[in-house]
Design a protein around this ligand. Structure first.
Ligand code: AMP
Length: 370
């Protein structure tokens, strides 16, 4: 067992972690923290749920504290980029827990919220800025913030940022942060473009890996229901949900429209359901996530983008109501259950015209799904 003290973190941080119930480091933390402390650039192959926020956050906070200068107005000392509003908020929530007993300020900027308020927050100077790329560039263009004092750049869920079309934004931002910096890149998968990005913007990076891509948590039991057509999916879902009244179920739909329709159907037949997807406002998404986390609603219907990286420890069932077009997405989806050492069940529905998608998934994972 590796303690945070063993990894070289100071007493203040270790005490905060103890208060948070973090006693021993997760594998990615044990590997990454010493490397980040010694100043290396880092490529981390890890999914959300492995403890990667602390893996980059703790050593970065430690170093920011050691160099006790205050950020100038409209300047930042460290930048964390993440693909979605939900992830930005989740990362910032974690970091704020870690800096509670320190003078460090964590600020978030995301699309869909008031830009004036964000500009105002930035005017006081920021230690750690957590941002989605698009909104950050808007704020840079308005001169609400400059990145020239930043010494740390973290690209989190880099593969997802590429999927969402943020490549140009990432390049622009990477050029705005001075070369004299430490860069940490985390990604669940390593497509070629991420390798190129890392080659361009990281210097002699060390590589750490926890769950190799394509390997889901061992604790997820996976099943597939072969169904003749779409209509039967709703029937089977209804039956399985009824059979597991105490479960917390995350249902994946390929489209926003499909997610909304399915949520309304489930609600209509008496399930406590909500949905999150790109057509929902930030407030609606946050309320739905909170109700799901608290167990007030038992079924959350989501699209991949909206649900990516979301960390809800109690999820018992993940349904692939539609199989994803990209096999990697299946791995991300089922990784939403069996977290923190619990068990989880993943159930996929497969119509004949989705059979090729199932084959791709099985090939990627090197298994056959029962
Ligand atoms: P992450 O992969 O960073 O999203 O972390 C997943 C979850 O695990 C978060 O809810 C963290 O608060 C929690 N966590 C991270 N590291 C530890 C640890 N060493 N001990 C206990 N919980 C942890």
């Amino acid at each position: 067992m590796t303690t945070f003290h063993d990894l070289g973190l100071s007493k203040t941080i270790v005490d905060t972690l103890t208060a948070l119930g973090f006693e021993k480091a997760t594998p990615i933390q044990a590997k990454a923290i010493p490397l980040v402390l010694e100043g290396s650039d880092l490529i981390g192959l890890a999914q959300t749920g492995t403890g990667k926020t602390a893996a980059f956050g703790l050593p970065m906070i430690e170093k920011l504290l050691a160099d006790a200068r205050r950020p100038d107005p409209r300047n930042i000392r460290a930048l964390v980029l993440a693909p979605t509003r939900e992830l930005v908020n989740q990362i910032a929530e974690n970091l704020r827990d870690f800096v509670k007993k320190t003078p460090l300020r964590v600020v978030t900027v995301v699309g869909g919220a008031s830009i004036n308020k964000q500009s105002e927050m930035l005017s006081r100077g920021t230690d750690i800025l957590v941002a989605t790329p698009g909104r950050l560039l808007d704020l840079v263009a308005r001169k609400s913030v400059t990145l020239t004092q930043a010494r740390y750049l973290v690209l989190d869920e880099a593969d997802q940022m590429l999927d969402l079309g943020f490549i140009h934004d990432l390049r622009k931002i990477s050029k705005m942060v001075p070369k004299n910096r430490q860069t940490l890149l985390f990604s669940a998968t390593m497509p070629k473009l991420i390798g190129e990005l890392a080659g361009e913007y990281l210097v002699n990076p060390k590589k750490v890996e926890v769950t190799p891509p394509g390997k889901a948590a061992d604790k997820v039991e996976q099943y597939v229901h072969h169904v003749p057509g779409k209509d039967q999916k709703a029937q089977i879902l209804r039956k399985t949900l009824t059979d597991n009244p105490d479960g917390l179920s995350l249902v994946f739909s390929r489209t926003k429209h499909g997610a909304e329709k399915l949520m309304k159907h489930l609600d209509h037949i008496g399930f406590k359901a909500a949905s999150i997807h790109g057509n929902k406002s930030q407030g609606q998404r946050e309320r739905a996530l909170k109700a799901f986390r608290d167990g007030e609603i038992r079924v959350l219907v989501a699209t991949d983008v909206a649900a990516r990286g979301i960390d809800i420890p109690g999820v018992t069932h993940v349904y692939n109501y539609d199989l994803p077009e990209v096999p990697d997405a299946y791995v991300h989806r089922i990784g939403r259950t069996a977290r923190n050492g619990r068990d989880g069940i993943a159930i996929a529905f497969c119509t004949p015209d989705e059979a090729h998608l199932l084959r791709d998934i099985e090939k990627l994972m090197g298994i056959q799904i029962t």
